[in-house]
Design a protein around this ligand. Structure first.
Ligand code: NDP
Length: 240
């Protein structure tokens, strides 16, 4: 299988930790986010040489298509795809604007469907592995996160269905569902938004992006696991 890995949302947070781990394992990594400079800075700091940085908005079908055409032409066939691009817009449903619901679904759900669809064109010939980043709130629900949790629950169903569609072609598709992880996304959360903060988490702290990256790498490299959800949440799900 190709040792070319594509990480959407690779410029920051969980995606950046995944990109770093893959580079440490000797992969050539394509780091993708909307902000080209941020992707470039992350790619340049990865161990090893020859990594690539690209700008692409996952919610835009034409951009995703062109991005994969460019990767295929300039870098070769993709072996691993990680979908870590995501946004949150927390708030009670009655206070959530329909525009924000659309953005959430387009980025967190449709975006991963578009990247998987584009990557599969090259993966189906030689095999590959995909990991989507969901969330524990997609599994359990959370007041104040209706639209976000709907996007992540959708991603879980999508992951299981796609796993069934492509298993016979040796392409595996899994999902990692993190709890609260210390990134830009959670930096501004107030205690009421986390439902009691770190005290609520059995392991007593937020997770680090590198701890999620370990689980992502495990699933990418496990040749007999597909269609699974791996929760990385310090036990939070037990308390939800
Ligand atoms: P960050 O906000 O730290 O990073 C998000 C990344 O996604 C950035 O690289 C950002 O770059 C990119 N991104 C956002 N929107 C788009 C877009 N439309 N197109 C392309 N890239 C985009 O978030 P995290 O690392 O915390 O989150 C990563 C994933 O993990 C998300 O899917 C999130 O929902 C999920 N998650 C996070 C949890 C947490 O506690 N942090 C918990 C559970 C799940 P740019 O803005 O330049 O595009």
């Amino acid at each position: 299988m190709s040792r070319l890995s594509v990480v959407f949302g690779g410029s920051r947070g969980i995606g950046r930790a995944v990109a770093r781990l893959l580079a440490q394992r000797g992969h050539r990594v394509v780091v993708i986010s909307r902000n080209a400079e941020a992707a470039q800075a992350t790619a340049a700091a990865l161990p090893g040489a020859d990594h690539v940085a690209l700008s692409c908005d996952v919610s835009k079908e034409k951009e995703v298509q062109k991005t994969f055409e460019g990767i295929q032409k300039n870098c070769g066939t993709v072996g691993y795809l990680v979908n870590a691009a995501g946004i949150n817009r927390d708030g009670l449903l009655l206070r959530t604007r329909p525009d924000d619901m659309v953005s959430l679904l387009q980025t967190n759900l449709l975006g991963s469907m578009l990247t998987c669809r584009a990557a599969l064109r090259s993966m189906l010939g030689q095999g590959g592995a995909i990991v989507n980043i969901g969330s524990v709130v997609g599994l359990k629900g959370n007041a104040g996160q209706c639209a976000y949790s709907a996007s992540k629950a959708g991603l879980e169903g999508f992951t299981r269905s796609l796993a069934k569609e492509v298993a016979s072609r040796n392409v595996r598709v899994n999902l990692v569902a993190p709890g609260f992880i210390r990134t830009d996304m959670t930096a501004g959360l107030r205690e009421e938004e986390t439902g009691g903060g770190e005290r609520r988490i059995p392991l007593g702290r937020f997770g680090e992006p590198e701890e999620v990256a370990q689980a992502v790498l495990f699933l990418l490299e496990s040749p007999y696991i597909t269609g699974q959800v791996l929760v990385v949440d310090g036990g939070l799900q037990l308390a939800m």
